[in-house]
Design a protein around this ligand. Structure first.
Ligand SMILES: Nc1ncnc2c1ncn2[C@@H]1O[C@H](COP(=O)(O)OP(=O)(O)OP(=O)(O)O)[C@@H](O)[C@H]1O
Ligand SMILES: [Mg+2]
Length: 232
């Protein structure tokens, strides 16, 4: 059974039909990568999964239970962690306070897991620094750590490499692979950087104009011609 299952989801912004019968699944220990050009609906799909935008119909199931009518708060509590496009770090709050935001719906006093500092050692040295003073790459690591603080079962990431320098992209890729390989989490990754996507994908999904154009195993991306499908 899939940990997260999206079935035939349709979504509209006003009169614009954005998501068209989108289905995909995410498995424990696996990375599902969603690719597609600008504006095809990738972020809208992730926001629909998180409950940040309402869907018209279709279903979203977590461990076999429908969650499409749940609030974002309830979905976070149920085990979905979200790393938004553009990171959305609280720039006036410190690194430590940002990490605590990831624990907002846990019992007061729940500590930040120490392992986050093993995953992202740079954060440990910067706990007192304001989020807004971090580099783009450090902010991205903080956004991922914030989402991991509550130990989610599903980690959803929206273009974590956008605007980030290559050395940190490598670090982030290693962390994402390691998290999947632990086997206790399903990962859904939206990514336009093809090589990064191909390196990480266990499963791939290509979107075009709000619909799923192609999907398959990550190791078949090259032979399936995915690079051409997403070339700009
Ligand atoms: N809040 C909104 N209100 C109305 N239309 C929106 C809204 N957000 C996005 N759209 C439209 O929905 C479509 C899908 O946008 P979305 O942000 O999901 O695409 P995307 O694939 O994530 O793009 P990108 O690669 O640039 O991040 C676009 O046509 C966009 O203009
Ligand atoms: Mg987007």
């Amino acid at each position: 059974m899939s940990l997260l299952e999206v079935k035939n989801v349709n979504q509209y912004y006003g009169g614009s039909h954005i998501l068209r019968d989108v289905s995909l699944s995410a498995e424990l220990g696996k990375i599902t990568v969603i690719l597609g050009r600008n504006g095809v609906g990738k972020t809208t799909l992730l926001k629909s999964m998180m409950g940040l935008v309402p869907i018209k119909n279709g279903s979203i199931e977590l461990e076999g239970k429908p969650i499409q009518n749940h609030t974002p708060y309830e979905r976070a509590r149920a085990g979905i962690g979200f790393v938004p496009q553009g990171r959305e770090i609280f720039s006036k709050l410190t690194v430590l306070e940002n990490l605590h935001m990831g624990l907002a719906y846990k019992t007061a006093g729940t500590p930040v897991p120490e392992e986050l500092y093993d995953l992202f050692p740079v954060l440990k040295q910067m706990l007192g620094r304001r989020g807004g003073d971090l580099s783009g790459g450090q902010q991205q690591q903080l956004a991922i750590a914030r989402a991991l603080a509550a130990k989610p079962k599903v980690l959803i990431l929206d273009e974590p490499t956008e605007g980030i320098q290559p050395s940190i992209i490598k670090d982030i890729g290693r962390v994402i692979r390691m998290l999947a390989d632990r086997g206790d989490m399903a990962i859904v990754l939206v990514e336009q950087y093809y090589d990064f996507a191909q390196d990480l994908a266990d499963e791939y999904v290509v979107m075009e104009r709000g619909a799923v154009l192609a999907h398959g195993k990550g190791h078949n991306m090259e032979v399936d011609g995915v690079r051409a499908l997403v070339a700009i």
